[in-house]
Design a protein around this ligand. Sequence first.
Ligand code: ADP
Ligand code: MG
Length: 258
Amino acid sequence: MSIPTIIVEQLHKSFGHRQVLDEVNFRVTSGEMVALIGPSGSGKSTLMRHLVGLTCGNRGRGGRVELMGREVQASGRLRRASRGERCRIGYIFQQFNLVGRLSVLSNVLIGRLGSMPRARALLGRFTEQERQRARACLARVGLEEMTNQRANTLSGGQMQRVAIARVLMQDADVILADEPIASLDPRSAREVMEILSRIHAEDGRTVIVTLHQVDVARRYCHRAIALKDGRLYFDGAISELTDARLQSLYENAGLDEL
Ligand code: ADP
Ligand code: MG
């Protein structure tokens, strides 16, 4: 049962002279829930984007990434090569990325489609079965009462739950969530983490979540991967992330980051 879902080998990326990822190596096994931590600017988002091929071009990029047995190519090529596979990876952003003028249900439905113009054109053509499924996904995140509401009338926490429902609709095996709770109040943040944790535990989906608060990571994740200045600083059981290690991880960062 320990099939590696994600293999990252000698991954590096530089923007001009700035080395943002420096020989990063790790593997994630199917069904793990991993916290990705590290100070601001340590390369977490860049790493997440590389996992899905959003690399800002091939310049300065080296190493390799394998996702569910397929090598991830830089930007455009991944898109053209494997739209199908791309849908098995759900990406959740800090800023939700919903279409504000569309209903909650529509936002979940179009999650299965690639590009937005195509999604809009096809909205009317979803089958009743697909709509039922979208409603079931919304029920799992506790939003079954809000299916017809416009997305831009929701609170931040509710929007993030719609984004999770969209990933469920995609039936993503791997969920990458980059700072999903960074702009939420504590209560909404807890709800979102509970939902992510539940879909991880109940469905066995692999989750990698970038978190700012180490205490939140401790509560929901068994494993932590920490980046410092683009290098892998720690990879292991989160229980082994001692205060001394954490202090050294954040030593040059602002106090508010700890
Ligand atoms: P984190 O998510 O850990 O805060 P990022 O991955 O966003 O870190 O950024 C790491 C570093 O890479 C930062 O110094 C950032 O300024 C730089 N960076 C990220 N994307 C680009 C880009 N497209 N062009 C130039 N520099 C970038
Ligand atoms: Mg980031």
